[in-house]
Ligand binder design. Sequence first.
Ligand code: C2E
Ligand code: MG
Ligand code: MG
Length: 714
Amino acid sequence: MTSSSDLPILIVDDEAVNRELLVRRLTRSGYQTVAVESGAAALSYLDTHQVSTVMLDVQMPGLSGLEVLQAIRRRWSDAQLPVLMVTAKGEAEDIVNALELGASDYITKPIDYRVALARLKTQLSRKDAEDRLRASEERYALAAQGANDGLWDWDLKTGRLYYSTRWKAIVGCTDEEVGDGPDEWFGRVHSEDLPRLHYELEEHLAGRSAHFENEHRVRHKGGAFRWVLTRGLAIRDDQGRPIRMAGSQSDITDGKIVDALTGLPNRVLLVDRLDRLLATRRTKTGAVLAVLFLDLDGFKTINDGMGHLFGDELLRAVAGRLRQCLRSSDTIARSTDDTTPKGLPPEHTIGRIGGDEFVVLLHEVRNVVDATQVAERIHRALSAPFDIAGRNVFTNASIGIALSGPQYKRADDMLRDADTAMYRAKASGKGRSEVFDANMRDQVIERMHLDTALRLAVERREFIPFFQPLVDLRSGKLYGFEALIRWQRPERGIVPPGDFIPLLLENRLIVPAGRTFFADVCALLREWQARHPQAADLRINVNFAGPQFSEVDLLDRLLEMLDESGLTPQQLVVEITESTAIADADHAIEVLNRIRDAGFRIVLDDFGTGYSSLSYLELLPINGIKLDRSFIARESRHPAILKAVIVLATELGLSVTAEGIETLAQCDEVRRLGCSYGQGYLFGKPMPPDVTGQLIASDPEWVTDMSLAPVAQR
Ligand code: C2E
Ligand code: MG
Ligand code: MG
């Protein structure tokens, strides 16, 4: 019988970020997962595959989560296939509907992973119990006959528990070494497995399960844990009270600890070994233990493009190369096969702990230099092409390294830190390695807090616009403002965008945040226009980021919000960065064309920081460019380039705004070179809405402050 742990959890969510996070978290907790991006894909997957449970997003384009749920329930009962709904917080109606339609349980977004895992576990164990009920009768009989099984017999009245010779041998003991109390058994069980074992036992003794069956780890005399599968049956008196219980126990360690694809130790064995190493290593001084966490670069692309069989072949080849490379290594003098021989521990362990994730444990190195040298060796070994099915394939690995120290008591902690370092390595370019340091963990924790705080901030509308003057350099008059987002963080004050925009982009909260921001800007402009006649012709620049352009209804929403405040698109300028425009140029051009056709002006922000591709200037439907501050700053000024860019842009009919003007000299220069608009601390820093209102009312003019006489109107 397949137990839930052998089957994947099917994750259905239209947002890639959500899918990836869930997959990572669940994989990390030892579950297998499959993720799909739509209801239709989920149903077609279920047509041909078995899964243990489904985690289903309620809000999806196309088939909604509730529709998918209905389709599932037409074919499978709750007992056959649990479905966990993932709903937005506060959508009580969704939850009620889902439960009515046969959802097994629900969790809310943002997902609290501890809660999610607990609920998932409940569903899976419930399903397993149901499955077992159906299939266990004959299986129990068969299993009990297995010659390799240990046997136990528990007299529930006296509390004495008989163990067979084979049972004792599984835990490495002779007949005399094991007594006849329950503690001989339960005292050897891994603390993580004990609650579940007790639970299963009680379920059966109380008559709630037809048979008792549990997989758990028992400590072998040598200190290592062995995996056992134990099954049993209670014998009851005429009133149904259990009086005796007997069963079998088989050693299933080999099946449990080896990765079937590569033959390498799997996560279970690796964690077990690392735990033991950490326990012994702590008493020793000098040498340290290193964890190298490898994640193949670009594996997903290869796997998706060439097919899973091809991908499997590559994983096997990588495993082979890792073995070979560590064996022939000088830093690792002696190497053995992957099982622990008595006496002499092997000096490294290679394992595969998930899809394309490998771990190398270096049982004893002198220091970080040794560990990074091994990482380098691995990089070199992987850099040669792999010959898979007659094709040359290239892959390398990003490697995160963690070294043992007193802070590590558990394998999981060390693996987590090596994983964090691996992410850092990936982010800094592929095929590299990075050593973990405590700062990284602090940063990860800080990020998690920030993520939560930002989710709340969006709900509570804690973002506010500041406004920085845009000056018409030809007349010296106020031309408009750039609206710049600020986060008014409770108890912390004003947070600048650099501290939170990157995360808003990553978790896509920029989309809802950007919407309310735009609405707030419109409302303020409207208010100023109502109060000050000078505000009639002001333009407001608003920044837009990549994810906002993938919203299908972006333009409709913008127009709607303008409509609500009685403004026209002509009063707003959309700022996009070069990288946004270029990342997906075809799409960007299409969306921008529609936005411009609707009457908005569009300017390319931060020109000069990215590709500064002049050819794009012709392709993109923009009205102007904003020269990045670095262009204007004295240190890096290249007057010839600056001049060429301005001339070219002007010839293409584009307006040119100079950003970051801080001094009169800079102002003079950009005016002389032909920039029409300027922005910078010289004219004013970004300021809160009330101060902006006062500035508008004062009808400011800057040109009189300038050393140059106004240049002729261009
Ligand atoms: P940006 O769009 O290029 O905005 C100009 C940035 O340069 C602003 O920083 C502004 O305060 C700063 N700046 C202007 N003049 C000077 C100067 O003379 N000297 C110096 N040193 N700095 C000057 P800020 O407000 O911190 O914004 C940083 C960036 O954050 C913006 O760069 C923009 O990319 C992003 N951002 C701000 N608001 C939003 C928003 O609502 N949505 C999106 N997607 N991005 C935003
Ligand atoms: Mg900008
Ligand atoms: Mg800019």
